[in-house]
Design a protein around this ligand. Structure first.
Ligand SMILES: [Zn+2]
Ligand SMILES: [Zn+2]
Length: 118
């Protein structure tokens, strides 16, 4: 291993996890399982971790949105099937009432589904 970036006469005990500089035991800054050559590099590493966390949350959100779209599609198909069933099998006034009930249930389901993405 190379010598310490700050002490040319000392052997490096670790490498900075961000810039790769060798540092001796006295110079290295240990944070959790990683060591860094300076506070600056430690801060860089922290912001990189924050960014990757953001990406993870972003992915989660997109996953939920997809799920909700799928649910809405399923509800829409069910609503259409139920409406068709009532129109073809019952008299007109009963069918209108039933379709109205199904529509209310459908709207409530969408509201519930939308809560998932918030
Ligand atoms: Zn560094
Ligand atoms: Zn040193």
């Amino acid at each position: 291993m190379a010598n310490c970036f700050y002490h040319e006469d000392r052997e490096a005990a670790a490498r900075c996890a961000v810039c790769g500089k060798g540092v001796c035991e006295e110079c290295m800054i240990i944070d959790g399982e990683y060591s860094y050559c300076s506070e600056e590099c430690k801060a860089k590493a922290a912001s990189a971790i924050d960014r990757s966390n953001d990406v993870l949350t972003e992915k989660k959100k997109t996953g939920n949105a997809k799920l909700v779209r799928k649910l809405i599609y399923i509800f829409a198909v069910l609503l259409a099937a139920a409406a068709a069933y009532f129109y073809f099998n019952q008299n007109q006034s009963n069918a209108d009432k039933s379709v109205k009930q199904i529509k209310n249930g459908f709207n409530n389901s969408i509201k519930e589904a939308k809560k998932l993405v918030r």
